[in-house]
Design a protein around this ligand. Sequence first.
Ligand code: AMP
Ligand code: TRP
Length: 327
Amino acid sequence: MKTMLSGIKPTGQLTLGNYIGAIKQFISYQNDYEMLIFIADLHALTLPIDPKELKENTENLIAIYLACGLDPNKVILFKQSDVHEHAELGYILACQSNMGELSRMTQYKDKSSKISNKESIPTGLFIYPTLMAADILLYDADYVPVGIDQKQHVELTRDIAERFNRTYGGGFKIPETVLARSGAKINSLSDPNKKMSKSESDKGTIYLLDDLALSRKKIMSAVTDMDNEVRFDMENKPGISNLLTIMSTLSNRSIEDLENEYRHGGYGNFKKAVADVVISELEALQNKVNEIKKSGIISQVLLEGSKKAEALASKKLELIYKKIGLR
Ligand code: AMP
Ligand code: TRP
């Protein structure tokens, strides 16, 4: 079986967009590959983050993945910082990379351009891709599912691995990017022409673990149009089309089916139906998340996951140390 690996950064809170567009599809991979999924907590440190928030985000993320059906018997689930080989190989790979290629990374350019004093750009942000390369190369991953924004980092990983293999006579498997099978795109409730995202306005974003009454209110006040007909038309009726998409994916009903039922019943009535579906899905998810958090299973899952990961990572790191003359 081929190996697939991906990391999730514990920054910010997960949204309904992440849930519909990514998490559910992602979990379906666990039956087809040897999978490793880790919480990229070291990567979360590249920009300032409050320690308490980091801890909470990490726990919530693991709980959400488990609640959504990620099976720790099929997937090696662990925290990056629990497996010290990531940081160690990260250093080795920083020594195999150069300032030129790291400066060309789009994510680095974007994030550093927002920092006005160039002297204070964090070094961690600059070497982010070498740590990411270590994450991938430690486990001989065949496939790395990521969003389009991370594709460049996987390509750099390939370059670094190929360069290393040429210099030292092998050592690394060359990974391939898999553009994450993306589900429906969910837009902001307050500005339905924009993607729903953590950085968008709070009014337009449903957070998975947020207060349910507040989420209901956000759906009831979703921006629509003046035409009062529930009909899918992305161009002229983005708000209603977005609500139809949300309801359709969560209830497994076709858009046409929903149009037929709600077309002339008024927007208030339709929004209430959408809210009912979203809230009942979120309520079930939140109950599961709370159960998982209370059960103490998270630390157990992480402990077992990190042991399995460490067994693989330590072997690879030892081999690399030998190749470069440290052993
Ligand atoms: P991000 O939170 O932007 O890092 O995205 C993590 C994953 O969730 C990526 O695979 C995105 O494609 C997916 N995602 C994020 N926001 C949305 C959205 N509004 N609709 C659909 N998918 C999304
Ligand atoms: N950089 C990725 C992101 O921002 C997270 C990540 C870290 C990752 N290490 C990885 C993804 C290794 C895939 C493989 O989303």
